[in-house]
Design a protein. Structure first.
Length: 92
């Protein structure tokens, strides 16, 4: 299935993952995340979307926080009590 959909008449968008992140991190942790190496695993039918990507030094990965089960406007990043409370989007 094609991963890009038009906006509907009400302004809604449909999101379909084109891949997933494979990471050794399996539970929340405080610190040490800059040392973690993860892999992006794309769906096979999306490889053509990346033609020419090798010519760039950086990419932007848009991701969905699929493990969040409740709405919160603010939190302490990674539950670290030494960090001030921040807006939810300021913690990513």
């Amino acid at each position: 299935m094609h991963p890009i959909y038009p906006i509907d008449s009400e302004g809604n968008i449909k999101i379909k993952p084109i891949g997933y992140v494979k990471s050794p991190v399996k539970a929340p942790q405080v610190g040490g995340l800059t040392e973690v190496e993860s892999q992006l695993q794309l769906e096979a039918d999306c490889y053509k979307l990346l033609e020419g990507i090798d010519d760039f030094s950086h990419i932007i990965v848009v991701y969905w926080l699929h493990r969040i089960t409740e709405y919160r406007e603010s939190c302490q990043p990674q539950g670290n009590k030494d960090v001030p409370v921040l807006g939810q989007l300021a913690t990513r």
